[in-house]
Design a protein around this ligand. Sequence first.
Ligand code: HEC
Ligand code: HEC
Ligand code: HEC
Ligand code: HEC
Length: 365
Amino acid sequence: MARRKKQRRPATEPAANPEANAATPARSRRGLYALVVAVILIAIAVDVWWILRPGKAPDVAEVSAPTVVTARYVGSEACAGCHAQAYAAWNDSHHALAMQHATAQTVLGDFDDATFRYAGTTTTFFIRDGKHFVRTDGADGKLADFEVQYTFGVDPLQQYLIAFPDGRLQALSASWDSRPEGQGGQRWFHLYPDEKVDYRDELHWTRRSQNWNFMCADCHSTEVRKQYDAGADTFNTTWADLTVGCEACHGPASAHLEWTEAQPANTHKGLAAVLDERASATWANDAATNKPARSHPREHDTEIEVCAQCHARRSQIAEGYRAGLPFLDFYRPALLSPGLYHADGQQRDEVYIWGSFLQSRMYHA
Ligand code: HEC
Ligand code: HEC
Ligand code: HEC
Ligand code: HEC
């Protein structure tokens, strides 16, 4: 704690001079101890003063970094009252639908005793006591009934998550093609249509490669903590927002809510991440090249890093990324190598960028 505070003060004290001690050889050991104790006491006093000093409006550079670390998540609902327009736009976006509780409103698939055959197994989707169920092959290959807990995504397909007692959520591979009928949609299909994935296969829905806790959650919810217990082999995964909420992009916003009361200037409005770069730029057609050109070069990478936490081929190094912190401290992007991108820069196939064996597979057919 004391160490962190120290870094926020300019380094005004001159470096200790070794000759100063050499010049006073007669000083007793007792005196030296007294001096050391005095120095420590002064250091503590300065720290106490720093902590208790009268409040002043901190300048921008001072407030931004600690705000990212100390602010708490408050949830998207807390923003609706003051930002009705932004809230309505978000509420309609796929970000708000990335993960939802399974209800009659959110489930798009046909659960009216619909059946679907794949690799010798008939899967049935049905409703019992108002809840959505699927009868399919479990981890032992035998048919069993599983309750659908969550929906995942909306368009062009929707997946379904099943909860297990050990805290795992598993993503079913039998998925709903949500495109209109005219485009070949409104049907069940399997994500690996050309293979025969059964319970012995690495890719079976009950296996690790379809485990939501560590394969999917970090990108479809906000402030995810996997909380895996290696001893018990269980998960106790938590999130601040079930879906991709406001704070996934704007950072934890408790300090912003505090800011709204007095609205002090030069405090980034208490926001952990300032996404102001794009707003100042315009794109006009460059007559010489006939291509759009940006009005001025990009000044910072905050927004790119914020989106890249989820919209990049990356693997996770550490948990706890918050919008406003350096992306590279938490994620390792894949290098530009053949097969990963189309010629125009678009990412090929959807992969969960964890094991290289998965990178070679088309996840979504
Ligand atoms: C009590 C009202 C209030 C609440 C609640 C509130 N805000 Fe704000 N917010 C403001 C005001 C006032 C401003 C400054 C005026 C503006 O830019 O619209 C602002 C500005 C912003 C900005 C623009 C900052 C900039 O200048 O670039 C963002 C982003 C933002 N709020 C996000 C959020 C999010 C996310 C939440 C929910 C966690 C939230 N706000 C909750 C009042 C509120
Ligand atoms: C926490 C993870 C996360 C972050 C951060 C994030 N996204 Fe997304 N984004 C997703 C997920 C997941 C989906 C798909 C959700 C679905 O299909 O239900 C998505 C979908 C989209 C889509 C297509 C769907 C639509 O609503 O039109 C766009 C465009 C997009 N994101 C842009 C962005 C941009 C730009 C940023 C940064 C400013 C960003 N995203 C930040 C996870 C994220
Ligand atoms: C690295 C971040 C990331 C991870 C990890 C991730 N997703 Fe997504 N997911 C996205 C983004 C981004 C989109 C939106 C893609 C788009 O619209 O082009 C998306 C979209 C989806 C969709 C909607 C359909 C679609 O293709 O747009 C489904 C379903 C989905 N993901 C399922 C999963 C499952 C299941 C897992 C885990 C096995 C998973 N995702 C892991 C980022 C991720
Ligand atoms: C996927 C990332 C993402 C999510 C989720 C998101 N925002 Fe934003 N928001 C942005 C970006 C990027 C900008 C800056 C846009 C620009 O400058 O063109 C922005 C701008 C804003 C602004 C200031 C300018 C404006 O358009 O009003 C407010 C206020 C705001 N967001 C509030 C919210 C609230 C409230 C939510 C949730 C209900 C939310 N945002 C969800 C990325 C996001």
